[in-house]
Every structure is written in C-alpha cells, then in structure tokens.
Ligand binder design. Structure first.
Ligand code: AP5
Length: 213
C-alpha cells in the first residue's frame, strides 16, 4: 500500500505513521526525519536545510524532491510506504506523481488528519523526542515514566528547535498557505479521506484503520 499522511504540524502524522508501519510492515518515509538526521550529521544537505527548518520555513522543493526520488527507489519501498510530511507543495505533489509513473506505480490513499489550531500548539510545545530511538512523548498527555528519559531505550529526551511557540505559529501559517491546497488536489483525484485527529492516539488509529478498509 502507498499512502500519504497529510495534515498540519502536530496533527499526529508521525505518531500514526509509526503505528501503521508496525501493522502494515511498510516503512514510514518522513522528509522531516531525513532532514533532521542530515542536520545532526552535519552533511551539506543538513547545513542547507537547517536555516529553513529553524525558522519553520519549507526546504526548497528541488531539495526534498531529490531526497524522495532517491528514497522511494530503495528496496524496502517495493511493497509500499507511508509518506509523512511529503508532499507539502503542489510542485512536490506533481513531482511525486511523475516519480510514481516512472516506477509504474500509483498512490492508493491520502489521509488528511484534521485538528484545531490551538490543540496543535499545545501538542507541539509539549512534545519531547528521544535522541536514541525517536520515540515521542508529551509533557502533559504522554509523559515518560522518568522525567527526561525514554521509557524504551533510556536515552535523553529533547525539544525540537522548531517546537518554540513563535516558530510553531509560523509553521501553521506555512501549512495553510502552501500545503492545505493539496487537500483539494487529492480530493479532486478521488484519493482523499478526512480523519478527525482529535481524541486519543488509539481512537485516531482506529479511524485510520476504518478509512483504509
Ligand atoms: P516535519 O518533521 O515533517 O514536521 P511537521 O509536519 O511540522 O509535523 P510534526 O512532526 O511537527 O507533527 P506530526 O503531525 O508528525 O505530529 P506528531 O505525531 O509528532 O517537518 C519539519 C520541518 O522540516 C518543516 O518545517 C520543514 O522545514 C522541513 N520539511 C519536512 N518535510 C518537508 C517537505 N516535504 N518540503 C519542505 N520542507 C520540509 O505529534 C505531535 C505531538 O502531539 C507529540 O508530542 C505527540 O505525542 C502528540 N500527539 C500525537 N497524537 C496525539 C493525540 N491524539 N492526542 C494528544 N497528543 C497527541
């Protein structure tokens, strides 16, 4: 299955993608994770991406399109994948369509996860991520058993540089201007399902499953 998770920052795309990966046995392909890894490794890509990411702007289309074209050719994507955070602009969606055509493949479903803006801000300001395994926590709604430490691997938790309130508000504006138009684009292609992203992680996971049949 080839699937896109669309939705604003903090909608829970990463959380649901990780659950789906476990259940469907296909990889989560997150452009945000790929870019953050490049930043952490100090590669040329990371240095270029960092200035955009830190201020909540989108990394230029040609950069992320190149990353995705390379990633989708890897063997673990042969049986399908969950795209998390890509595409985010119309040129990215069109490039994805061309890449799929060249691989004789097509998109199966696009899920748009919808959450009110004030909830998104609360989710993101409280998010903490494990340095070791990438597990996600929230200081109020899903805190770790031991403060600042991952329940799974024991590594330390950190706050993403772009999870400061001012940057979050900018990311939400960028989403409305540049990414939200993709909801209508995929609706027009008959691929879109809207998912109510409010409720517990498990409730949303069940909605996702119902939407995927
Ligand atoms: P990216 O990493 O993709 O970030 P994002 O889209 O802003 O999404 P988030 O990871 O912030 O949120 P999410 O929806 O995955 O929510 P999560 O599950 O983590 O991109 C970062 C940056 O990289 C971009 O700003 C841009 O600069 C660049 N970039 C990436 N892709 C790009 C592209 N294609 N083009 C150009 N630039 C690109 O959950 C959030 C929090 O909420 C967590 O704490 C979680 O525990 C909690 N939570 C989850 N579900 C629930 C629930 N049901 N109830 C309560 N809390 C919940």
């Amino acid at each position: 299955m080839r699937l896109i998770l669309l939705g604003p920052p903090g909608a829970g795309k990463g959380t649901q993608a990780k659950l789906l990966t476990g259940r469907l046995g296909i990889p989560q392909v997150s452009t945000g994770d790929i870019l953050r890894q490049a930043v952490a490794q100090g590669t040329e890509l990371g240095r270029e991406a960092k200035s955009f990411m830190d201020r909540g702007a989108l990394v230029p289309d040609e950069v992320v399109i190149g990353i995705i074209e390379e990633r989708l050719r890897k063997p673990d994507c042969a049986r399908g994948y969950i795209l998390d955070g890509f595409p985010r602009t119309l040129p990215q969606a069109e490039a994805l369509a061309r890449a799929l055509t060249s691989l004789h493949a097509s998109m199966d479903r696009v899920l748009s996860v919808e959450v009110p803006e004030e909830d998104l801000v609360k989710r993101l300001t409280g998010r903490r991520v494990c340095r070791g395994c990438g597990n996600m926590y929230h200081v109020d709604t899903s805190p770790p058993r031991k403060a600042g430490r991952c329940d799974t691997c024991g590594d330390s938790l950190y706050q993403r540089d772009d999870d400061k309130e001012e940057t979050i508000r900018h990311r939400l504006r960028v989403y409305k201007e540049q990414t939200q138009p993709l909801v209508a684009y995929y609706e027009g292609l008959g691929l879109l399902e809207r998912i109510d992203g409010q409720g517990t992680v498990e409730e949303i996971s069940q909605r996702v499953h119902r939407a995927l049949g």
